[in-house]
Design a protein around this ligand. Structure first.
Ligand code: I3S
Length: 123
């Protein structure tokens, strides 16, 4: 029974299509390739789905799950020529670039992810 996450942790706090490029997986460099992903933020995870319709599937399916505990979020102008890009670096060494042409959209996600990463890390 203890396997169940409390409802407030799995609840979707924010969801939207964002441009995402994975730079590395657990320290291993990947070929940078941007794609439009359906991003879902919960209290302790950032999930990326290829499509909005896939959110019903398990996170282990076609999506990517970022554990926010120990994750660092920083704006970057070095790693892409695109505007409004921030980097998400996990405690296990996976790196993602997240981007939106609208600054306010990018800022809202930056703030929301940072807030949850900070509170997940303190728990
Ligand atoms: O850091 P890079 O290599 O300049 O990033 C670009 C590449 O990912 C490129 O793909 P190809 O190497 O297959 O052409 C993308 O099309 C570009 O969008 C990347 O640069 P930006 O500045 O958009 O992140």
């Amino acid at each position: 029974l203890q396997d169940f996450d409390p409802p407030q942790k799995t609840m979707q706090l924010k969801n939207e299509y964002l441009n995402v490029a994975k730079l590395s997986t657990e320290g291993k460099k990947q070929k940078k390739s941007w794609s439009l992903m359906w991003a879902v933020l919960t209290a302790d995870q950032l999930l990326f789905y290829k499509d909005k319709q896939e959110t019903g599937l398990t996170p282990s399916g076609k999506s990517d799950a970022v554990q926010l505990c120990g994750t660092v979020i920083e704006w970057t102008s070095q790693k892409s020529s695109r505007k409004n890009v921030f980097q998400v670096t996990t405690s296990t060494g996976s790196e993602y670039l997240v981007q939106n042409d609208c600054y306010l959209t990018a800022l809202k996600w930056y703030n929301a992810i940072r807030k949850n990463a900070n509170s997940s890390t303190k728990e």
